[in-house]
Design a protein around this ligand. Structure first.
Ligand SMILES: Cc1ncc(COP(=O)(O)O)c(C=O)c1O
Length: 370
């Protein structure tokens, strides 16, 4: 049995509806700046529970926009090392310096105490990353730090569509939220991203920045082409309608994994406090036995045709470009380095994964893990 690590999900009905609506866009010539982008933005803002949602063409520019708005030029932004490299890159693109913080072993999310230690007079904000779809359980502590130190809080919610904290959705918890709709994500538009905020000025800024810095008829800012097309928005509209279903199904699959893992000594799921709804973009496990995660990953692939993933085997500060620019080195962020290189693995997780496939993965783990 082959099991892939992740893939997008569309029902037959949704595919037909998407094809029909895209055909209408093609007929009407409304390929960009049309009604579908607006419809997607409005329904996304409503779902997240924020005033504004601004659709863009990637989860990278949806981070860069608020960072530019909060003017991080020559300033510092604290970013956890356990993320996709874009989280930190965007601080550099916006003219600032990412200051990389360590993670908590239990959640793989940012360690607020390490973030606190790294605050300097140049710090302008903190970026939290809801890794794998888990909003950091210490969100209140992080918010308090931001309030006391007068820092902005950006949520990199690229992996957290539909996740909640005290019933509030990811993307509504800070000054700005950022989503990616890359095909492996909990919902997709093919490529795409979304900025979410309650700040009217950021809304205006984002709309201008995604459209070459246009304000009225003139170009008052140095902007980009960061627009989402109506074709992508159509896909997003139908995916968003299914998001609650997707999150429930991912939680059901996660529950099945967690139950099964009880019988396997040394493999532990990440525990989730009851005030948080995980959306399980990924299902990471922590390995406490003697076998290295990388060895297990190879066995699963070679012997069982099971593909896994990692979040993230090489943390940001040890990526070659970060070693080059900022001279980060081994030993700088010891928890992330130890846990991620040897003890963390993400089991296959996507809507469409069958119970038989989950059981097959569990059986393989039971046979092979020591
Ligand atoms: C945490 C995180 N931030 C940012 C991004 C960047 O999103 P995109 O690939 O849509 O530009 C991703 C996507 O992979 C991500 O996982």
């Amino acid at each position: 049995m082959k099991v892939v690590a992740a893939k997008p999900f569309f029902t037959e009905e949704d595919m037909e509806n998407i094809a029909r609506d895209i055909k209408k866009c093609l007929k009407d010539g409304t390929l960009t700046f049309g009604p579908k982008v607006r419809e997607f933005e409005e329904s996304f803002a409503k779902y997240i529970g924020v005033k504004h949602a601004i659709a863009v063409n990637s989860g990278t520019c949806s981070l860069e926009i608020p960072l530019k708005f909060f003017d991080v030029k020559d300033k510092e932004v604290i970013v956890p090392t356990n993320s996709f490299v874009a989280s930190a890159n965007t601080v550099i693109f916006a003219g600032g310096r990412p200051v990389i913080a360590d993670i908590k072993r239990e959640t793989l999310d940012i360690d607020p105490q390490d973030a606190l230690k790294k605050i300097t007079p140049k710090t302008k904000g903190i970026m939290v990353v809801h890794l794998a779809g888990l909003i950091p359980p210490e969100m209140d502590e992080i918010k308090k730090i931001c309030k006391e130190k007068d820092l902005f809080l950006i949520e990199d919610a690229a992996q957290a569509q539909g996740a909640t904290f005290n019933s509030h959705k990811a993307g509504s918890l800070g000054d700005a939220g950022s989503f990616s709709f890359f095909p492996t994500k909990v919902m997709t538009t093919g490529e795409g991203g979304m900025v979410t905020t309650n700040n009217d000025k950021l809304d205006e800024f984002a709309r201008s920045m995604r459209h070459h810095g246009r304000v009225g008829a003139l170009h008052s800012r140095l902007g980009y082409n960061w627009r989402m097309s109506d074709i992508n928005a159509v896909i997003g509209i139908y995916q968003l309608k299914r998001l609650e279903e997707f999150v429930k199904e991912r939680n059901r699959l996660a529950q099945r994994y967690s139950e099964g893992l009880k019988r396997i000594k040394g493999i532990r799921p990440i525990s989730v406090p009851s005030n948080i709804r995980h959306c399980y973009y990924k299902y990471p496990v922590l390995l406490e036995g003697k076998m290295n995660a990388r060895t297990l990953e190879n066995i699963l692939q070679e012997k069982y045709d099971i593909s896994t993933a990692t979040l993230y085997q090489t943390p940001i500060h040890l990526q070659p470009i970060y070693r080059d620019i900022f001279e980060y080195k081994e030993g700088d962020l010891p928890i992330a380095e130890e846990v991620l290189s040897k003890h963390e693995l993400c089991l296959p997780m996507f809507v469409g994964l069958t119970d038989e496939q989950v059981d097959y993965v569990l059986e393989a783990l039971e046979k092979e893990y020591q």
